[in-house]
Ligand binder design. Structure first.
Ligand SMILES: NC(=O)c1ccc[n+]([C@@H]2O[C@H](COP(=O)([O-])OP(=O)(O)OC[C@H]3O[C@@H](n4cnc5c(N)ncnc54)[C@H](O)[C@@H]3O)[C@@H](O)[C@H]2O)c1
Length: 376
């Protein structure tokens, strides 16, 4: 069976999720398109990299990503570092001819993302951006209903990604609160997931008009520290959206929503029905068709399972519980399949680039207070 040697760069939260997905993917998707071999894991110190090697089941650990991406025995580079290093690593990996999956946001700005897109296109490698929420079976089912015409023409769409981990002003500053590392705040962090869902279900975004706020301009530098450092990124944004296809809608993102743990939700109204979803109840898609009997009007709950996207390879009964890791396993399967077939998966660096341009436009609109067309 074909094997692909994987180098994962970064051994934090996403390093763990992606490593677990490489290990688990062939257990569900058998025979797998290829077996991902956990070859090298890279982090900034020997101690971090070696601990990750043992914990995540890699053959080797390393501290120099440049040396690793240039190794002739590496087929696939997986970038799960903070946002400021995505471009440098991806461009070097593309030059070395490696297939690349990169975590979102693709880059800190649209300009940086463009350089990454140019590099992978020039090198002719397979590339993917890790917007895994669209691979939640209920979200993929919503897209299937739309493609099959069962919801009709899309009129209105609203999507929100709400979290509260950053709502407490005493929560210490992290790299996610610093523009130089993260590029933007809530928008790049979770707003990009909402934008990806919007483009996945509705299509390209043409123009935006946004209110963008920073609520907590400085934070402690550590759990025990009395010192504070500046927070120079957005905490929350509310955006009106014009889609290229004519649909109107809104996108909201905040990390200051007490009580909302990971509330990625959308509602879509079409000429033949409506769809509603909330990631905190991710096995369920709410749906109504306009020709439902008049005495049974209202949303019904469809519990995803074997009859739905990714379901055949998964559990034999609906509603056993899809989790975050499952969406990473589906992402891994789709990426490895694309490499073996030799065609580009979706979403790829082009989508990451477009989404970075949309974030830039939302931030610009927040400054100017007017509509911003999305730059090409
Ligand atoms: N898809 C999702 O749902 C999702 C969720 C969380 C994070 N992310 C994205 O994943 C990326 C990583 O986020 P995270 O939460 O895992 O961060 P993290 O801070 O938990 O981990 C980052 C790791 O990268 C290491 N690192 C930093 N610079 C490095 C370098 N030059 N070489 C090697 N290792 C380096 C750090 O030491 C750390 O171990 C970010 O771009 C983030 O936006 C995506």
């Amino acid at each position: 069976m074909k094997e692909l040697n994987v180098a994962v760069i970064g051994a934090g939260f996403m390093g763990k999720a992606h490593s677990a997905a490489y290990a688990a993917m062939p257990m569900f998707f058998w025979p797998p398109p290829a077996i991902p071999i956990r070859k090298v894991i890279v982090d900034v110190t020997d101690a971090l990299a070696e601990e990750a090697r043992q914990r995540f089941g890699f053959q080797e650990s390393a501290t120099d990503w440049r040396e690793t991406v240039n190794r002739s025995d590496i087929d696939l580079v997986d970038i799960v570092t903070p946002n400021d290093s995505h471009a440098e690593i991806a461009i070097a990996a593309a030059k070395a001819g490696k297939h690349i999956i990169c975590e979102k946001p693709l880059a800190r700005t649209g300009g940086e993302a463009r350089l990454m897109l140019d590099a992978v296109e020039r090198a002719g490698v397979i590339h993917m951006i890790a917007f895994n929420y669209r691979r939640t079976p209920a979200v993929a089912l919503a897209r299937r209903y739309l493609e099959d015409g069962r919801i009709g023409e899309i009129l209105e769409f609203r999507v929100s990604h709400l979290q509260d981990w950053s709502a407490d002003p005493k929560t210490p500053r992290t790299w996610r609160h610093q523009k130089a590392i993260a590029g933007s705040g809530t928008l790049g962090d979770i707003g990009t997931h909402a934008i990806d869902i919007a483009r996945y279900l509705v299509g390209e975004i043409k123009a935006v008009n946004a209110l963008v706020k920073n609520y907590i301009p400085s934070r402690p530098l550590g759990e025990e520290s009395d010192l504070c450092g500046p927070v120079d990124v957005d905490d929350g944004a509310v955006t009106l959206v014009k889609f290229a296809g004519g649909c109107i809608g809104s996108i909201e993102a905040t990390r200051n929503a007490h009580g909302r743990n990971n509330y990625l939700s959308f509602e879509l109204h079409g000429t033949k029905g409506s769809l509603s979803f909330n990631y905190e109840r991710r096995d369920e898609l709410q749906v109504i068709f306009s020709d439902d009997p008049i005495d049974a009007r209202g949303f019904r709950t469809v519990y995803t399972g074997p009859a739905h996207p990714y379901g055949k390879s998964y559990w034999p009964v609906p509603a056993l519980g899809i989790g975050f890791l499952d969406t990473k396993i589906f992402e891994c399967f789709d990426f490895i399949s694309a490499i073996v077939r030799g065609d580009q998966p979706s979403p790829n660096f082009y989508d990451g680039y477009r989404i970075s341009r949309i974030v830039d436009a939302i931030l610009a609109s927040g400054e100017t207070g007017g509509w911003q067309e999305i730059a090409g």
